[in-house]
Design a protein around this ligand. Structure first.
Ligand code: ARG
Length: 304
């Protein structure tokens, strides 16, 4: 259901926001903390993040992202400590924003603020019913060409939301079943990358999901991360064109990505990892996939 259509032309879609440059939304960690436990990473980390360090780390990511993209800002709100993980609040493509319906009441307070920002920015809003949990880019990611949607269920997002959300773009959707509570969101174990690559942790999925993934991505396009790398948030990367911004991973993962043509920047994001997220979770993509990922900027033959 479309709840608002801030359009000025008869065709409706003519005035939807369009970005010619990679563009993201971020939310500063003004009120960030681990105040409750809604994922296994938060356990043992109650009130552990340092405000100062978190702000420094966030600012670093913000400045790095500004080197490769435009970054818009959403005001943080008191009482919404996880709002910094703004990628989970919506999924955006073609000027349409499918708004999340968070599973946990602790995060539901974020919804109104993100909705307002997106509405003010002119996006067409696609609401998700309260009873069908959907957690935005946390659990739904487009292929690098922006045509196919991958959506996860099993922990947060419920499977019946997949069809509803994909209908916002009439996009084909493939459902994937998450099996491991440590990887409670798709963006913790699955990242479609520029050039038709996929960065993923296979053991986070059930067997049927792995078959679907392997059918869509040829073996030489699949970059498999180890359990150790996955637990260091190795899949939670921001990819724009050939650039990858990611939290530090103590392995040769950055080298493996570099060998495939990516320009990798590793950042210290420890304070956010205490809350269960890393680079990818801190930025919501606003520009279309073909703008953000660049159609073919790795210099590879177009695959699509
Ligand atoms: N505390 C947040 C939550 O549990 C962290 C989310 C991080 N998730 C992620 N996909 N990186 O909702």
């Amino acid at each position: 259901m479309i709840t608002t259509a801030p359009v000025s032309s008869a065709s409706g879609f003519a005035s939807l926001p369009h970005f010619n440059r990679p563009t993201y939304l971020m939310c500063p960690p003004e009120w960030y903390d681990v105040n409750y436990v809604i994922n296994p990473w938060m356990a043992g980390n109650l009130h552990q993040p340092s405000r100062d360090t978190a702000f420094m780390q966030w600012k670093n990511l913000y400045q790095e992202l500004q080197q490769i993209a435009d970054v818009r800002l959403l005001h943080a709100r008191e009482g919404a400590p996880d709002m910094v993980f703004v990628a989970h609040a919506a999924l955006v493509q073609h000027g349409v924003a499918a708004i999340s319906s968070f599973t946990h009441p602790q995060r539901q307070t974020e919804e109104q603020h993100v909705r307002q920002w997106l509405e003010d920015a002119g996006f067409l809003l696609w609401a998700t019913p309260r009873e069908t949990s959907f957690e935005g880019e946390g659990d739904a990611l487009f292929d690098a060409n922006g045509e196919h949607l991958w959506a996860a269920h099993g922990v947060r997002t419920c499977k019946i939301s997949h069809r509803h959300v994909s209908n916002a773009w009439h996009a084909p959707v493939t459902s994937l079943h998450l099996m491991d509570p440590r990887f409670f969101h798709l963006d913790l174990c699955f990242a479609p990358l520029n050039g038709g690559y996929l960065l993923y942790f296979p053991a986070a999925f059930d067997a049927a999901s792995r078959v679907k993934i392997e059918a869509a991505y040829a073996a030489d396009k699949r970059i498999v991360v180890s359990e150790l790398e996955a637990t260091q948030f190795g899949c939670n990367v921001i990819n724009s064109g050939q650039n990858i911004l990611m939290g530090k991973v103590e392995s040769d993962l950055a080298k493996r990505l570099t060998e495939r043509g990516f320009d990798v920047t590793e950042l210290e994001l420890s304070e956010f990892q205490r809350g269960g997220g890393s680079a990818k979770a801190l930025a919501l993509r606003l520009s279309d996939m073909n703008v953000t990922h660049g159609a073919n900027t790795l210099g590879l033959a177009a695959e699509v």
